[in-house]
Design a protein around this ligand. Structure first.
Ligand code: PAF
Length: 283
């Protein structure tokens, strides 16, 4: 496994791999890897001749009052996970390489970013799409893998990739959960034991919503009422949003159908957790 920090070295190496006819699979991350990232890497290993991983805590996707400074980092552990997953190239650029002095260019996907996390975290998706576009330009991947836990992020990246004619296949991979249902996230490390217990209201509410839909409930407001009540029963939980949206357009839906996805963002203590899931089986 080669560990490369220089942006230009990474770009020449990837261009050389492509010129040699190799197919590059790419998993962009902010590090502090967990089993969710490992599942992306395993799928990437299957899909590419060369498996590339980037580890970069992207400052431009954090708001001024967010957790950039305390975002968890553990490069040694990340490298061990990468090695186990069969990664060939790890790229660890610095913010100064990605955003040199005078940096002034931004990629902005309109519409899809106005809602959900885009409404709660102004500028967040502009940072995500800008960095992902730049990472794609350096790594030149044939295929890039992202987790469905960041459901809106995946939709926005798919839109950007299509709109900018980027020759990259974007693959979404299922959410990986702990045995008790909590979706894996690098931010789970912030939770105290008690907050961790309260956070289980999120997957429980998702399961309840699915059960209601499976029993024939099609009124979105009725489902959202139950979901909210389950989360609000937790003393340290504060709902940022709970919405039922169309899976592709992210438009809010009053009636549940095969395209409906329930999306949640909930603060548990100071930690903001997101989760989602389709409401009808097979959707
Ligand atoms: O999902 C993430 O970890 C980040 O948003 C990403 C896609 C690596 C961009 O910084």
């Amino acid at each position: 496994m080669d560990i490369i920090s220089s942006l230009t070295d990474m770009q020449s190496r990837c261009l050389a791999e492509r010129a040699a006819g190799k197919r590059i699979a790419f998993v962009p991350t902010m590090g502090f890897l967990h089993e969710g990232h490992a599942s992306l890497l395993r799928e990437g290993r299957r899909r590419g001749d060369v498996l590339a991983l980037s580890i970069f805590v992207n400052p431009t996707q954090f708001g001024p009052s967010e957790d950039l400074d305390r975002y968890p980092r553990d490069l040694e552990r990340d490298l061990a996970i990468a090695r186990d997953a069969g990664v060939d190239l790890v790229w660890t650029p610095t913010p100064a390489q990605v955003y040199p002095p005078g940096y002034a260019t931004w990629v902005n996907v309109e519409g899809l970013t106005d809602v959900l996390c885009g409404a709660s975290r102004p500028g967040h998706f502009r940072g995500v799409t800008t960095v992902v576009c730049k990472l794609f330009n350096v790594v030149q991947p044939n295929v890039a893998l992202f987790g469905e836990k960041d459901f809106q992020q995946l939709a926005v990246i798919r839109r950007m990739t299509a709109d900018l004619d980027l020759p990259v296949e974007v693959v979404g991979m299922p959410i990986v959960r702990e045995a008790d249902g909590l979706a894996l996230s690098s931010r789970n490390v912030y939770l105290s034991a008690d907050e961790r217990r309260q956070a289980l209201a999120i997957p429980s509410a998702l399961a309840r919503a699915r059960a209601l839909a499976a029993a024939g409930e099609r009124d979105g407001a009725a489902v959202l009422r139950e979901v909210r009540a389950m989360i609000e029963a937790m003393p340290d939980a504060r709902i940022d949003y709970v919405q039922i949206c169309h899976r592709a357009t992210l438009a809010g839906q009053a009636r549940i159908d095969a395209d409906s996805v329930l999306l949640l963002a909930v603060f548990v203590g100071r930690t903001r957790l997101i989760d989602n899931g389709p409401l009808l089986a097979g959707a």
